[in-house]
Design a protein around this ligand. Sequence first.
Ligand code: SAM
Length: 231
Amino acid sequence: MNMKPNLSKYSIHYRDMDPATADRALSSLQRRIEDFRLRLDLGKILPWIKGPDVLDFPIGTGRFYPHLLGRYNVFGYDIAGEYVRRARTRHPEIAAHFAECSFETIDASRSFDTIVTLRTLNNVGDTELAVRNVASILKPKGRWIFNYPVTGARYSELPALLSRHGLRVISECDYDFHAGTVHDGSLGQRIYARYLRLIEAGLVPYAVFGAVDRVFASRGTHLFVCEKSVS
Ligand SMILES: C[S@@+](CC[C@H](N)C(=O)[O-])C[C@H]1O[C@@H](n2cnc3c(N)ncnc32)[C@H](O)[C@@H]1O
């Protein structure tokens, strides 16, 4: 029997996204804050990546995987057809490496040495199914790198949930102060909005942004690196 997956509203929004919305999302990459966050991501994540086959899942606007090209065999999945089409057009030489697929109904035709899942897992409808499916497409000793907020519904259960599917946490650290600011009270959000305006005006150098992130990173989310057991 072909059971329909239980998709969250968040996932359905992206699955059904129209071209104009996808173009608007892509334009967010021009913002200085997104450039700064990407630089932090690269610093924290690249040292953990093992090749040769690396999957960015989901690719979203395509901010992360381009920085892996030339070093690894890069693949990209996403539930959003619009994002997958844009990735294929942007990188025709690896167009066949991009696929429209979800955490709930995964493309199991390949397996990977590393899978990177940024800014998404907390919004997926069925976390356990997502973990099981990701684990199923990791090679033995393969790594899954993802972030999850400490305020997320399944945070305290994550180590047990991962272990049920053969995944051991080898590193967990504070990550992405920016993502945590949505939980701040109105004063905190007003101060942060001012800080963002200074960043966009070019008045905050990256080194200062990085230092502020280090001081406040515990208010962000957590970055997990897991490794799949051999058997
Ligand atoms: C905030 S974006 C993050 C994208 C990318 N990882 C990044 O860091 O820029 C969230 C992404 O999750 C994807 N997504 C949402 N639900 C999904 C699901 N159930 N399966 C696969 N991708 C999903 C969306 O299409 C979107 O590209």
